[in-house]
Design a protein around this ligand. Structure first.
Ligand code: 13P
Length: 257
């Protein structure tokens, strides 16, 4: 039984006053949050403490970091460690986001080290995978997803894999307003789940949550969440506004097997 996870990725947006104002509007709207889903917010690093404090003790709600280094400490100017995140009360960490891969040049090998380190520090990694438009057009989608899963999870044991969340975010759908069709999303999610069954086992494959990300909006969230292999959403632009993200986070969910 997979509990859907509705996650906000704020990317490099919001000052502390803007974060406080979002939380003031958002938290009361979450009164309707039931036990059928979880909601996570990934603010920029400066907002982690504020969001952690505001959400502490609120059932079904949690905080994610948008990135981290794999070492606990050291001479890594500008980086944040897993120890620092878990000490704050952060529960998840987004790793291998397409912007980290394609704007900042993070490699699968680098991301793989972060995934293992997150798990070792009780942080649930949200490992992002997804093909670029030219790769989809060249018929390489599955090969890209396979390589990102194989390399990104190369250090993860079957036991640890239970705590991994996968986010399928086709690069061409991120911030473009162009959402994957339900068929495209379902096909990629099934591919990733089958890979999990082959690489780990069918129990893990059934359990692992695979989120969809890429232009999720209040208008399309329920349709995407109705897909049998879509177990939540990773939302960028539409999660910056409290009412908009609340609508997505509370969207109708089809009961799942
Ligand atoms: P958008 O929802 O703005 O397309 O961003 C998706 C994303 O990258 C979430 O991590």
């Amino acid at each position: 039984m997979r509990i859907p996870l509705m996650a906000a990725n704020w990317k490099m947006h919001k000052t502390i006053p803007a974060i406080i104002s979002f939380l003031d509007s958002f938290i009361p709207l979450m009164r309707e949050l039931g036990s059928d889903r979880e909601v996570v917010i990934a603010p920029p690093f400066i907002g982690l403490e504020t969001v952690c404090r505001a959400l502490r003790g609120r059932k079904g709600m949690g905080v994610a970091a948008q990135n981290m280094h794999f070492e606990e400490q050291g001479a890594f100017t500008g980086e944040i460690s897993p120890l620092m995140l878990s000490d704050l009360g952060v529960g998840h960490v987004i790793l291998g986001h397409s912007e980290r891969r394609h704007v900042f040049g993070e490699t699968d090998g680098f991301i793989a080290k972060k995934v293992v380190s997150a798990l070792e520090h009780d942080l649930k990694p949200i490992l992002c995978i997804g093909e670029k438009l030219e790769q989809r057009e060249a018929g390489e989608t599955n090969a890209v997803l396979e390589a990102q899963l194989r390399k990104g999870l190369s250090g993860v044991t079957a036991e640890q894999a239970q705590d991994v969340v996968i986010a399928y975010e086709p690069v061409w759908a991120i911030g473009t307003g162009k959402t994957a069709t339900p068929e495209q999303a379902q096909e990629a999610h099934i591919f990733a789940r089958k890979w999990m069954a082959e690489h780990f086992n069918s129990g893990i494959a059934d359990q692992i949550r695979i989120l969809y990300g890429g232009s999720v909006k209040p208008a399309n969230a329920a349709e995407l969440m109705a897909l049998p292999d879509v177990d939540g959403a990773l939302v960028g632009g539409a999660a910056l506004d409290a009412e908009s993200f609340a609508e997505i986070a509370l969207c109708p969910l089809t009961p799942r097997a």
